[in-house]
Design a protein around this ligand. Structure first.
Ligand code: ATP
Ligand code: MG
Length: 194
């Protein structure tokens, strides 16, 4: 009905790597080409769904677990879900992938702490260096790089538009917008059940 296959497009990277910027640029592009999307972002989820959680490791685990579950439900409903969370732990991302039953595209925003710190769009690195924020990823808490991301974008070398192009090209390659495959699957299922 929607002309697309639902999937979770999971952006991961340091604070300031460009997850929110890219998610919203990607959302605009997908809407332009007629794809239904929904963006879950750190800044909105932490105010509602996860407002009871802090930044201790166990809170971060639970934060990502809930987001993974919600994203998987939206993907099951056929949407392209864009998530933009630091999601620093590899095990949490692997668990989110398992929750989405394979409909999961890990996008790693591969850019150094130095670059992110120079950008510091929210002034968070400054506060972390001054000791005003504890457990800050890249400064006083770890970031575990994805071992084998589906898409790697270097937001220092590429413009926002180029990053979006790269992700959209990957989605096309995966057949994410190819409805005929879905119809075939549905027909096969129907034939098997009859
Ligand atoms: N290619 C690019 N992709 C994304 N952002 C870029 C790129 N080039 C430069 N930027 C800039 O980098 C900054 C990224 O900030 P943004 O808030 O998107 O990061 P974030 O990863 O969402 O951080 P946080 O985890 O704190 O929410 C913005 O100021 C953006 O304009
Ligand atoms: Mg953000």
């Amino acid at each position: 009905m929607l002309g697309q296959k639902g999937a979770v497009i999971w952006l991961t990277g340091l604070s300031g790597s460009g997850k929110s910027t890219l998610a919203y640029a990607l959302e605009r592009r997908l809407i332009e080409i007629g794809q239904l999307t929904f963006a879950l972002d750190g800044d909105n989820v932490r105010m509602g769904l996860c407002k009871d959680l802090g930044f201790r490791p166990e809170d971060r685990n639970e934060n990502i677990r809930r987001i993974g579950e919600v994203a998987a439900l939206f993907a099951e409903a056929g949407l392209l879900v864009l998530t933009s969370f630091i999601s620093p732990y590899r095990a949490d991302r692997i668990a989110a992938k398992a929750t989405s039953k394979g409909n999961f595209i890990e996008v790693y925003l591969d850019v150094s702490v130095d670059v992110c710190e120079k950008r510091d769009p929210k002034g968070l690195y400054k506060k972390a260096r001054a000791g005003e924020i504890q457990n800050f990823t890249g400064v006083s808490a770890p970031y575990e790089e994805p071992a084998n991301p589906d898409v790697r974008v270097n937001t220092e070398e590429l413009t926002v538009d180029q990053c979006v192009d790269k992700i959209v090209a990957h989605l096309k390659e995966r057949g994410q917008f190819d409805v005929s495959d879905l119809r075939k699957e549905a027909e096969q299922e129907k034939a098997q059940n009859s």
